[in-house]
Design a protein. Structure first.
Length: 252
């Protein structure tokens, strides 16, 4: 391992937080596998990288497709020889509607992407990390502020993000014997296309519509790099990283 670049695989790497983290790790010398559904956006992520970093590998896949996920991890292993970090970042929302009006197909779609997808990716990562030499690695799950407190009309998203907390803890416990660490980062209002509506106003728990502060997504990338660079005998079990003045502490 001495002198060998670390290898990371990032889901949802074609936009937003995933793209920012991919570029940060690449600049730090990591070899990075970019996983996402849209090849064109993965290619754009790669073209945005500054020269002099690690290598990129495009691994287009839908995180809900078991065979496609397996193939993406196999391709990463063939290209780079190991896997040191999985950043489970891909996620989606539903339209904000009362729970009683949420179609079951929408519920299942969000559960598939936000919960089954991270499970499938973690399973592949663990299989590699347990058998590589030296064994071990790190998984970081994007939990979201909604893993702690819901927004109005967000039952599917909030439920899956609470479930990510249980998945994170289970991986942390079950991975100990094989030197696999697992963290959860709960992110609040990083400035990406997904949170653009917060700049014009978003529904609050008391029924008001308020503009919410956002923070530079670069801070998320910095945090992921910090966790990724820790030795495997140390771990950030959970981190909440948020825009300081957003309505979270005391929400509701």
């Amino acid at each position: 391992m001495a002198g060998q670049p670390k290898v990371a695989l990032i889901t949802g790497a074609g936009s937003g937080i995933g793209r920012a983290v991919a570029l940060k790790l690449h600049a730090a010398g990591y070899d990075v596998a970019l996983l996402g559904r849209r090849v064109s956006e993965l290619e754009k992520t790669a073209t945005l990288a500054a020269p002099g970093g690690g290598r990129f590998l495009l691994t287009p896949a839908d995180v809900t497709d078991e065979k496609a996920v397996h193939a993406a991890f196999e391709k990463t292993l063939e290209a780079f020889g190991r896997l040191d970090l999985l950043f489970n970042n891909a996620g989606t929302f539903t339209q904000g509607v009362p729970l009683e009006d949420l179609p079951v197909d929408e519920w299942k779609r969000v559960v598939d992407i936000n919960l089954t997808g991270p499970f499938l990716c973690a399973r592949e990562a663990i299989r590699i990390m347990k058998t590589q030499t030296p064994k071990g690695g790190r998984i970081i799950n994007n939990g979201s502020i909604s893993a702690q407190a819901p927004r109005p009309f967000s039952a599917a998203y909030t439920a899956t993000k609470h479930a990510i907390t249980g998945l994170t803890k289970s991986i942390s416990l079950d991975g100990r014997a094989d030197n696999i660490a697992c963290s959860q980062i709960d992110i609040g209002n990083a400035a990406t296309d997904v949170t653009a509506k917060m700049a014009s106003g978003i529904l609050q728990a008391d029924g008001r519509v308020m503009v919410e502060p956002r923070m530079d997504v670069a801070h998320v990338a910095d945090a992921v790099l910090y966790i990724a660079n820790l030795p495997l005998d140390a771990n950030v079990q959970s981190m909440t990283l948020m825009a300081t003045a957003m309505p979270f502490i005391g929400r509701g």
